[in-house]
Design a protein around this ligand. Sequence first.
Ligand code: H2U
Ligand code: ZN
Length: 346
Amino acid sequence: MIFDETAHPHRRYNPLSDRWVQVSPNRNQRPWQGKEEAPAETIRPTHDSNCYLCPRNTRVGGVKNPDYPDTFIFTNDFSSLTDPCPPATDTGHPLLRRGSVSGTCRVFCYSPRHDLTLAEMPLGAICKVVDAWAGQTEELGRRYPWVQIFENKGAIMGCSNPHPHGQIWGVDRLPEEARREDACQRAWHADHGKTLLADYLRLEEERGERIVATNDTWTVLVPFWALWPFETLVLPRRPAARLTDLTDAERAGLADILQRLTVRYDNLFETSFPYTMGWHGAPWGNGPTTHWHLHAHFYPPLLRSATVQKFMVGYEMLGEGQRDFTPEEAAQRLRALPDAHYALSA
Ligand code: H2U
Ligand code: ZN
């Protein structure tokens, strides 16, 4: 038998986080008995008086939101982290290790419009989001080694409020994903003299089969080692280390590529596409950052329709992560979709 990556189970290595993933393309043929009806798309008002993120509304803690014209950032009224936080004491037993963590958690409203998402926002408004991400990175990076920007989108991802928003945390130490990516990128740079993702990007640009969209300054691709069905990696073509290092042209290019990616995601199943996304930029205050290549991960849970989602259970929890169809097929499907949003162009 001759190996065929589109038919035969195999494993792929994620060099960015040092993990293996199992690809099982043969599982495409299995029967599906779960429910598949399309979800009711509710038409949302531009302002919702019950939304704690809309302008002029009062939040749970009693604070009133300003009448903000574009973006708005506030400290989470229910922050996961505090600063200061009492240092964790030693338990005295090596099998009961604990450590300290302190930081701050902010909520970031992308727009005063309750009814929009990144995919539906005009390019100028997405530019404001990019500028705010960079500004927050700069400010929190002065106080914390790790700045985690992320967005949970969609009820399926546990996000209760459809108002377009994300979160920004400043943390006083590297969390697990950051620690893994720092070690992998550091080792690659020491051996090859270039960033891991610069070498990877060159390879992908030559091959083309996993590219979703590209412009002068950015590329979006489905990584060779993607675990989630339509997972993507958003990469600056120049190896910038952080959002704060981007030129004006790169910021504009980022707004463009984010729009093209999120529109494609919505077009895939003609639904407001759920995902968790977030930025990984170089840690602060830990010496040179030449090994680190800025990137965003998009991790969407949908598998084959607006309602059929991928669950990370069973072998995924007990063995290793597994995907069904190949990353190349995911890229090909996303690449083929139009740049115009299905709901806006109707
Ligand atoms: P997510 O939906 O992405 O979890 O973000 C909403 C955040 O908003 C959530 O973390 C906070 C919640 O703690 N929040 C406030 O800070 N004030 C409120 O009045 C309600 C919700
Ligand atoms: Zn709102």
